[in-house]
Design a protein around this ligand. Structure first.
Ligand SMILES: [Zn+2]
Length: 157
């Protein structure tokens, strides 16, 4: 399959919400064309079945089917490309909270934001309509600003 800058399609309503926060967002299902630069990113994950992540800190958490948006950043070696290659991979040894979601997701889409901040992205999206915080603390263990770095888009699948 060819991979292009716009090779993946989230629901139009979700794409519109993201376009209000990220200028000219590019939706990637493959990391090959993502720049190996430092930056932030959004990871769009679709759960088609509810998920109980195998995480002690979230023992009673049940994530309902729907589209989730994880806000992250990658300023280390390989930048956004290396990090998003991992996030988009269907198989991986779980390391971060969000890995449990990406492993269970039926669709994984990355939106790179060169030079961006995951906390700024989270703040902008979480104040927009249609987003809720499904699991306080999820994905934001190393952040003192945000309630979470994971959002749920609406509540329908
Ligand atoms: Zn944060």
């Amino acid at each position: 399959m060819r991979s292009g800058a716009h090779d993946a399609e989230p629901p139009a309503a979700l794409a519109d919400r993201i376009a209000a926060t990220v200028a000219r967002p590019q939706f990637h299902s493959c990391a090959d064309e993502i720049p190996a630069l430092g930056g932030a990113y959004l990871l769009l994950l679709r759960l088609q079945r509810s998920l109980r992540p195998d995480l002690k800190a979230f023992a009673n958490l049940r994530l309902m089917p729907g589209w989730y948006v994880y806000c992250g950043s990658a300023y280390g070696p390989g930048g956004m490309r290396a990090r998003l290659k991992r996030h988009l991979a269907p198989q991986k040894a779980p390391r971060w909270h969000v890995d449990h979601l990406s492993l269970a997701a039926s669709t994984r889409i990355a939106v790179p934001v060169p030079g961006g901040s995951e906390c700024t992205l989270f703040a902008a999206l979480s104040s927009a309509p249609d987003f809720s915080i499904p699991a306080p603390g999820f994905g934001s263990s190393d952040c003192r600003r945000c309630a979470s770095h994971l959002l749920l888009f609406r509540t329908v699948s």
